[in-house]
Design a protein around this ligand. Structure first.
Ligand SMILES: [Cu+2]
Length: 175
């Protein structure tokens, strides 16, 4: 959007410079030099929009217990263990990559309590998309989600690479 505006300014400045040439003499140098710096900064803030979208909530560190959920893929199938977990607001869940990766943790935006998305997203480090954890590839690597500051309710999630294989689970967060 800023880029389009910047191009418009540049084009307008260029036409002015061309009109200036009509007299047969060279256009004053100040017209062209003034236009160039105006167009350049318009393209700069390309990354600024993503930062603004994520800044609706800030990370809140867990204040309670840290639970563990294993991420597995073996002869018994792809799964989170335990598949259902009850925790309290302020607890954290540490996902441990055990076998069959890469796995990830992705919450369904339309399955979590209303108003939970911004804080939950802020409580997930290094997301690759909204409510989406980066891949856990190496055995014993961990990924921890803080449930501080989120509303109580059901949080259903899945593993993106293995959703079709039924790698789904849920966390019930109580007050
Ligand atoms: Cu998986």
């Amino acid at each position: 959007m800023n880029v389009r505006y910047g191009v418009g300014v540049a084009v307008a400045a260029l036409s002015l410079a061309i009109v200036g040439c009509g007299g047969g003499e060279k256009a004053p140098a100040k017209d062209t030099t003034a236009a160039a710096p105006a167009a350049a900064p318009a393209a700069a803030p390309a990354g600024a929009t993503t930062a603004a979208a994520a800044s609706t909530a800030a990370y809140m560190a867990p204040t309670g217990k840290t639970w563990e959920v294993k991420m597995l893929g073996d002869a018994q199938g792809y799964r989170f263990e335990p598949k259902e977990l009850k925790i309290k607001v302020g607890d954290a869940v540490k996902f441990i990559m055990v076998s069959g990766g890469p796995h990830d943790v992705t919450f369904w935006a339309d399955s979590i309590p209303s108003g939970a998305e911004a804080q939950l997203n802020a409580n997930m480090p290094n997301t690759t998309a909204p409510l989406t954890a980066p891949y856990s590839i190496n055995p014993n690597s961990t990924y921890t989600v803080s449930f501080a500051g989120v509303p109580a309710g059901e949080y259903k999630y899945y593993c993106t690479p293995h959703l079709a294989m039924g790698m789904v689970a849920k966390i019930e967060v109580e007050k």
